[in-house]
Design a protein around this ligand. Structure first.
Ligand SMILES: [Zn+2]
Ligand SMILES: [Zn+2]
Length: 319
C-alpha cells in the first residue's frame, strides 16, 4: 500500500510502498478513505513529542471502511489502554500509563490501509461523509472534552481558531453561548473565518475582549497566552489548555490566579467522551471548513498548518 512514513523526527514524510498491516485479534483492517491532519501530527513530525514509534505512519483522525462488515468507522487518538490500572478503572482511561496513541505510538491513517483496535473505534454517523467526519475524530472529540471542562460558562474565549475551535463554535452557538475568538495579532483572515463560523467577536490575542470571559480554551501552543487569558477572566473563571504541547508559561503575579481562577490541561480522550460528543452533535450538522489534499501531499498539508496559512482543517483524501 501507499503510505506517508516518518523515518526520523524533523524530516519530511517519505512516500513509501509498505505491506498492508495484518489485523491482530481485536483489530479491524480499514480501507482508509480520509485522514484529517491535527496540530499534534506536527508536534510528532517536528520532534516536539518525544519517542514516537519509528518508522511511523502518522494520522489519528482516520475514517475508513471495515471491509469485513462494510461499515464506516472512525479511529481516534486513543488507540489502546490497559484496562486494569487505577486510571482505567476510575473512568480516566485518557490518563492510562500504558495507553497507546494512533499516529504516535501506533501507526495511523496517512496510508491506504490501517489497523485499529475495534474497541476504540467509533461508528461514523450516517449523516456525515468521510471527509466531513474526519475532523470530528480529534478536533471534535478532544475539543469536546475541553468544552466539558468549562461547565456552563456563557462567554468563552478561544485562543487559536483552527480545527477544534470551528467545531466548538457551532456547538456554542447551538447552546446560546458566546464565543470570543483570538487569533494572531493582525490575522484578519482568521478573524473573518471565526466570525463566519459563529464567533460573536474576533480580534488579535493582544486585544482585550469587549467583555470579561467566563472561561477560555487555548488551542494555540503558546504558553504566554495562558497569562493573557487569565487577565481576561472573571473571578472563578477557568483557562483550559487543550493542546498536547505548549511553550513555557511565563511567571505571572498571583493576583491573576487569585479569586478561584483555575488553569488546567486536557489530555487525550476517553471512549465515553466520544459517545457524549456524537450524542451531542446528533441533532446538529457540524459544518467544517476543509482543505483537501491527496495523500501524497501530506507534507504540504503539514507545512500549511505550520505556517498558519490554512483556514479550518486539512484533510488527506486517500480513496
Ligand atoms: Zn490503564
Ligand atoms: Zn489530534
Amino acid at each position: 500500500m501507499q503510505a506517508m512514513v516518518l523515518r526520523a523526527a524533523g524530516s519530511p514524510l517519505e512516500r513509501s510502498e509498505v505491506p498492508v498491516p495484518p489485523a491482530a485479534a481485536d483489530q479491524v483492517l480499514l480501507r482508509v478513505e480520509c485522514c484529517a491532519v491535527c496540530r499534534t501530527d506536527l508536534h510528532v513530525v517536528d520532534g516536539e513529542l518525544r519517542h514516537p514509534k519509528l518508522p511511523l505512519i502518522p494520522g489519528h483522525q482516520v475514517v475508513g471502511i471495515d471491509e469485513s462488515s462494510n461499515t464506516r468507522l472512525g479511529v481516534p487518538w486513543l488507540g489502546w489502554t490497559c484496562g486494569v490500572c487505577s486510571y482505567c478503572r476510575s473512568g480516566r482511561e485518557n490518563l492510562c500509563d500504558q495507553a497507546k496513541f494512533t499516529g504516535y505510538t501506533l501507526d495511523g491513517g496517512y496510508a491506504q490501509y490501517a489497523v485499529a483496535d475495534r474497541r476504540f473505534c467509533f461508528a461514523v454517523p450516517d449523516t456525515y461523509s468521510a471527509e466531513e467526519a474526519a475532523p470530528l475524530l480529534c478536533a471534535g472529540l478532544i475539543g469536546f472534552r475541553a468544552w466539558r471542562m468549562i461547565g456552563d460558562a456563557a462567554r468563552i474565549g478561544f485562543y487559536g481558531f483552527g480545527s477544534a475551535a470551528q467545531i466548538l463554535a457551532q456547538i456554542a452557538r447551538a447552546d446560546g453561548r458566546e464565543v470570543f475568538a483570538f487569533t494572531r495579532d493582525g490575522d484578519l483572515a482568521a478573524q473573518q473565518f471565526a466570525r463566519e463560523m459563529g464567533a460573536a467577536w474576533a480580534g488579535g490575542s493582544g486585544t482585550p475582549p469587549p467583555e470579561p470571559l467566563d472561561a477560555a480554551i487555548l488551542f494555540a501552543p503558546d504558553g504566554t497566552l495562558v497569562v493573557t487569558a487569565l487577565r481576561n477572566l472573571v473571578k472563578g473563571g477557568t483557562v483550559v489548555c487543550a493542546g498536547i504541547h505548549m511553550s513555557d508559561i511565563p511567571s505571572f503575579p498571583y493576583e491573576l490566579l487569585w479569586n478561584e481562577r483555575t488553569i488546567r490541561s486536557v489530555a487525550n480522550l476517553t471512549r465515553a467522551d466520544g459517545e457524549q460528543f456524537f450524542g451531542r452533535i446528533a441533532s446538529l450538522h457540524i459544518d467544517t471548513r476543509r482543505t483537501v489534499y491527496p495523500l501524497a501531499d501530506a507534507n504540504e498539508a503539514l507545512a500549511d498548518l505550520r505556517s498558519g496559512k490554512l483556514m479550518g482543517t486539512a484533510v488527506l483524501a486517500v480513496s
